[in-house]
Write a protein that binds this ligand. Structure first.
Ligand code: SAM
Ligand code: SF4
Length: 352
């Protein structure tokens, strides 16, 4: 598998403080920050059981480095920072990461929004401190609520820890609370209705994700993927589904269940891509900026961060790299093109 192409800082228009607008007019407002590529689970669609090539510990961004990048991104109009991984709650400084990021403000002086995507393990013990630090929204991944299936799918017997985390999130009052499941044929596709019922019982919105070709083991098989149409067909055996208008840049299309108030979401990156409204950038745990989950080009911030450079010059160099990354964004991903090559990094190392 070839490594990523390296995108460099190019001479693009814009100065620090200008909005991050790409060549297709999309204004970027959302930065997903992967805090680590390590994880407490080994979901089959994300990571291999063994033989994963971990990022070098010395290349993992420090708290100060993350905040330094985020400060510049916030000044350029990024309003939402979503913390992900790997498993973000494995970072020992996770509460400090949230606290420092939550203190950032945008050009209008308003505080930024801090969200997290987690597998829920350790959430019960950490949630009070995270909320106190400024965490505002949570997405928790749960692909099955059956113990044997969970153990098989994640290769770890940790369902109770995840359920504990979801219960804590439900009680915390953080809303909207979203639960994510990758729909998989002959794995959990008989559980979609149960998962929606489970989410509703926890005051959460269930969202199903089409499986994407991003597993570190490179085992994705299009013919095994459960499509949005199939998901909706299954759900419509139980509820009437009415599309919710006004999706904006959100990855999930939503449907009202039996007229509402509950909804279900589907993230159909493969069969119904939403690239035209994409406002997201990604930062990997080792300091690579990416303009798309599926891109093979990365823009390396690490040398800039680790060069002995005075603050204004360093800030300008980070800003230029952000703009170059945005400038290089293609109109859409090419995963439906026969020539598509899966990125060398797995989802756990990109940040989902
Ligand atoms: N560990 C955290 C978690 O599982 O929520 C955060 C990182 S995980 C990579 C983020 C999201 O990506 C999860 O909802 C996971 O289900 C999803 N994901 C991982 N690999 C995927 C794949 N191949 N296709 C679709 N979604 C995937
Ligand atoms: Fe870990 Fe999340 Fe990947 Fe599962 S999906 S292996 S919980 S990073």
């Amino acid at each position: 598998m070839p490594g990523p192409a390296v995108g460099g800082a190019t001479d693009v228009a814009g100065r620090p403080g200008d909005a991050l607008v790409d060549t297709h007019g999309r204004v970027h407002r959302d930065l997903r920050i992967s805090l680590t590529d390590r994880c407490s689970l080994r979901c089959t669609y994300c990571m291999p059981e063994q033989g994963n090539e971990w990022l070098a510990k010395t290349s993992i961004l420090t708290l100060d480095e993350i905040v330094g990048i985020a400060r510049i991104a916030a000044a350029d109009g990024i309003t939402t920072f979503r913390l992900t991984g790997g498993e973000p709650l494995l970072r020992t400084d996770i509460v400090d990461v949230v606290r420092r990021l939550a203190a950032l403000t945008g050009p209008d002086g308003r505080p930024v929004d801090i969200a997290m995507t987690t597998n829920g393990i350790r959430l019960r013990e950490l949630l009070p401190a995270l909320v106190d630090a400024g965490l505002r929204r949570l997405n928790i991944s749960i692909d099955t609520i059956r113990r044997d299936r969970f153990r098989e799918l994640t290769r770890r017997d940790r369902l109770d820890d995840v359920l504990d985390g979801i219960a804590a999130a439900a009680a915390s009052g953080l809303r909207p609370l979203k639960l994510n499941a990758v729909a998989m044929r002959d794995v959990n596709d008989d559980e979609l209705i149960d998962l929606v019922d489970f989410a509703i019982a926890h005051g959460a919105q269930m969202r199903f994700i089409e499986q994407m070709p991003l597993d570190a083991g490179h085992t994705w098989d299009r013919s095994r993927m459960v499509t949005q149409d199939e998901i909706l067909q299954t759900l419509s055996s139980r509820w009437s589904l009415e599309p919710v208008p006004g999706r904006g840049g959100a990855p999930a299309a939503r449907w009202l269940l039996d007229g509402g108030p509950h909804t279900v979401g589907v993230i159909a990156s493969v069969t119904a891509p939403f690239c035209g409204d994409c406002d997201r950038l990604r930062l990997t745990a080792d300091g690579q900026l990416r303009n798309c989950l599926f891109s093979s080009t990365e823009y390396d911030l690490l040398p800039i961060l680790r060069a002995a450079q005075a603050a204004p010059a360093q800030d300008e160099a980070i800003d230029r790299m952000l703009r170059s990354c945005v400038h290089g964004k293609l109109p859409g991903h090419a995963i439906n093109d026969p020539s598509f090559l899966q990125p060398a990094r797995g989802m756990n190392a990109i940040g989902g």
